[in-house]
Design a protein around this ligand. Structure first.
Ligand SMILES: NC(=O)c1ccc[n+]([C@@H]2O[C@H](COP(=O)([O-])OP(=O)(O)OC[C@H]3O[C@@H](n4cnc5c(N)ncnc54)[C@H](O)[C@@H]3O)[C@@H](O)[C@H]2O)c1
Length: 340
């Protein structure tokens, strides 16, 4: 075996290319030995740009390849569970983009196979690795805000996705709020009990015609008594709005948006600064590197991964509970959806 950890990356789209770049150029002692995409041109172009030596059309060939120690699954969501099962059976460690699947039975089958095989699994909830959110988590953990009472999460996109994407996305809670559900568990350090969701169409009527909402607020109660609000919008005209505040008996910690610079212009008429970074590829770029570094460290040191299969499963339950809550206009318990 070579000194380097050799990855196979399935799916050379937006996020796949990013992971390939990081594994080839930014993370020490890692390489991508094979890339696969059903669209051959996508795999060929990523291979050429980042120097990946081998391209295959069939992801299963990549998974079985002896030059692959670990698989990164970045293909469309409906393929994740199947590739996770194949990888586990082949004894390969798995880094899987969120969500594992939108079907809870499919998630459970995939997680059972991973357990049986004893391979490492990490889910791509990258925001946990963003230095701002991590600092909030550290302050909460150190008791700096005292007894935690409330967490407020603001998570608004700069612009809605195309309508064709909305139609197959699973809805705002499973598609967009899923990162925030993960963040709520991460910061609170416990499990949610109930969710009450309100939402409507305030931005684009086509989103409503597609059966979704574009503006929503979830109120969650956690087992340890902490309350969390999650505020989602598909359109913040000033850019990607990603903030959090944690409040407790001893104080408060909050983070603001990141901008490309922190210059503030003050004149006789206004005080102004530049807009926040526009979207996730800019805002969270460092976290995508850090999450893969953590995955590599877990493999090298034979330690548990920091975002495991359960962390991948529970936000899906939360997403279904929020969807049901909105449809029925009442708080919904997580155990109405599935056992946690
Ligand atoms: N963690 C994050 O912040 C984040 C951000 C974006 C996307 N994602 C997730 O990553 C996944 C991919 O999203 P994306 O935005 O990169 O999508 P994308 O459409 O840009 O790329 C997906 C690629 O997978 C390929 N593909 C589809 N089926 C395949 C198969 N059977 N075998 C091999 N390749 C296949 C497609 O041809 C495409 O090139 C989704 O599950 C999405 O939810 C996560």
């Amino acid at each position: 075996m070579s000194d380097q950890l050799r990855f196979g990356v399935i799916g050379a789209g937006r996020i796949g290319r990013l992971h390939i770049e990081h594994l080839m150029r930014r993370i020490p002692n890692t390489t991508v030995s094979v890339v696969s995409d059903v669209v051959r041109k996508a795999a060929d172009s990523a291979a050429a740009e980042f120097g990946v030596p081998r391209v295959v059309g069939d992801a299963k060939e990549l998974i079985r390849s002896p030059e692959v120690d670990a698989v990164v699954i970045c293909s469309s969501t409906d393929t994740h569970a199947e590739f996770m099962i194949e990888s586990a059976r082949a004894g390969k460690h798995v880094f899987c983009e969120k969500p594992i699947a939108l079907d809870l039975d499919a998630i459970d089958s995939a997680l059972e196979e991973v357990d049986r095989a004893g391979v490492k699994l990490q889910i791509g909830f990258n925001r946990r690795f963003d230095s701002n959110y991590r600092r909030v988590w550290e302050h909460i953990g150190a008791g700096d805000v005292g007894d935690l009472h409330m967490v407020h999460i603001v998570s608004r996109d700069p612009a809605p996705p195309p309508i064709d994407y909305v139609k197959v996305s699973g809805g705002i809670f499973l598609d967009m709020a899923i990162h925030d559900f993960d963040m709520s568990r991460y910061l609170v350090g416990d499990e949610p009990e109930t969710v009450y969701a309100v939402g409507g169409v305030r931005i684009d009527p086509q989103i409503g015609e597609a059966g979704d909402v574009d503006t929503a607020v979830c109120t969650l109660t956690f087992r340890n008594g902490v309350y969390v609000t999650i505020d989602n919008s598909r359109q913040a005209v000033f850019g990607y709005d990603q903030r959090v505040e944690a409040f407790g008996s001893g104080g408060m910690v909050r983070i603001d948006n990141n901008a490309e610079n922190n210059a503030v212009l003050s004149t006789a008429t206004a005080v102004q600064s530049d807009l926040p970074l526009n979207f996730f590829m800019e805002r969270y770029i460092d976290s995508y590197i850090a999450e893969l570094q953590a995955f590599v460290a877990a493999i090298e040191n034979d330690e548990p991964t920091p975002v495991n299969g359960v962390d991948g499963r529970i936000p899906i339950i939360m997403g279904y509970a929020a969807t049901k809550s909105l449809a029925e206009g009442r708080p919904v318990r997580m155990d109405e959806i599935a056992k946690m």
